[in-house]
Write a protein that binds this ligand. Sequence first.
Ligand SMILES: NC(=O)c1ccc[n+]([C@@H]2O[C@H](COP(=O)([O-])OP(=O)(O)OC[C@H]3O[C@@H](n4cnc5c(N)ncnc54)[C@H](O)[C@@H]3O)[C@@H](O)[C@H]2O)c1
Length: 293
Amino acid sequence: MDDLRGRVAVVTGGASGIGLALAERFAAEGMGVVIADVEEAALEDAGNRLRAAGADVLGVVTDVRDPDQVEELAERASAHFGGVHVVCNNAGVSAMSAKPVWEIPLEDWTWTLGVNLWGVINGVRTFVPRLIAQGEGHIVNTASMAGFISSAGPYGVSKFGVVSLTEGLYLELRDAVPSVGVSVLCPGWVNTRIGDAERNRPSELAVERNDPLAARAARGLHRVLEVGMAPASVADEVVGAIRAGRFYVLPHHDEAWLEPVRERMIDILEGRNPVRRPVPGSDVLVSALAEPE
Ligand SMILES: NC(=O)c1ccc[n+]([C@@H]2O[C@H](COP(=O)([O-])OP(=O)(O)OC[C@H]3O[C@@H](n4cnc5c(N)ncnc54)[C@H](O)[C@@H]3O)[C@@H](O)[C@H]2O)c1
């Protein structure tokens, strides 16, 4: 979809980080913007900021885990703007745990898969039929480089799921309605608030953390995020991909990120067992885990 001016974008997780940068960039392109987020105060601030810059913005408090709330989001967006053209299923969280996979609390699985995977499933089920009926549009699902490089926890599992779902969606839509485009966004480290994702954990999924490793893991994550890519640069890549109809959006396309992905594929094809390969920032994460309190 080349001509964005006058079109409408919906961005989940739009109150912070990559989602907010996408909303700002879409507004700068002359689009109407719907930002959806579970964090009410941040959503209001983001809406005010975008409006002050001259954007036409609707903020809708939405928990993407809940299909009814995502339906309501679509209804509100259509009622306000008359239609939706670009949908970014972007909301995501990362549970702060350093446990081996067999000890990760069920609450972490439920919360992370609920937002990162079910949020995308709900967005696809709600918005894709509307884009098809309209005959044009573009859907962008946020995965991660963690969707290509295996890890045992719920974050990586959710992102592998988003990559798989979105690749399949691309193929199905290409055959059925080629005028509806699809992209999967797979960044490496980006300087956002995902290191503080616990701020939005629902109280019914609270866990008691008495593991000193979790605090050290959080410290390491903050360090790699702080020096991560600017969210605005990620948004630039996404807009370029929507215009070009490009599916894979890998803002960190340097060899240090690509090599572990390539080598994993070769392991699979050559029948080798998995190998732990460092990605940029792995050294920072590992040394934070070894630090004294
Ligand atoms: N920051 C990175 O390094 C990085 C790297 C790869 C992928 N990602 C992905 O980018 C996406 C955006 O994350 P970010 O880094 O901008 O983090 P962020 O914390 O700055 O923004 C995420 C937003 O999602 C919202 N959110 C959380 N739970 C929600 C729910 N249930 N319903 C609706 N909104 C909810 C949060 O309130 C927040 O505004 C996520 O899917 C994340 O996994 C981030």
